[in-house]
Design a binder for this molecule. Sequence first.
Ligand SMILES: [Zn+2]
Length: 101
Amino acid sequence: MGREESAAQAKEAAKAQEAANAAKKTAQRDKQWAVGVKDTSSEAEAAAKAAEAAARAAARKAQEAAEGGLPVVKAKPGGGIVMSKCKLCKKPFDPRKGCPC
Ligand SMILES: [Zn+2]
């Protein structure tokens, strides 16, 4: 995962969050207007909830992408360690020790 990719995903997450906020606002406004009229608040709330879920999923994706850029210690089934690739010197290194560069 590259930095550009996680930045793009963070942007997408922000967009989704904006959409969720807009849907929430619409839901609240519809609730106020719905007094004495047909009750559409449940529909608007469902839409807001769906938008929020989408925003959360996008945020999680962005978070995972950002974390993917960090050295993570992974255990191999055989018991060995998976080497991390250094972003600076591009060489594999033991993530428990860190890159010597
Ligand atoms: Zn290095």
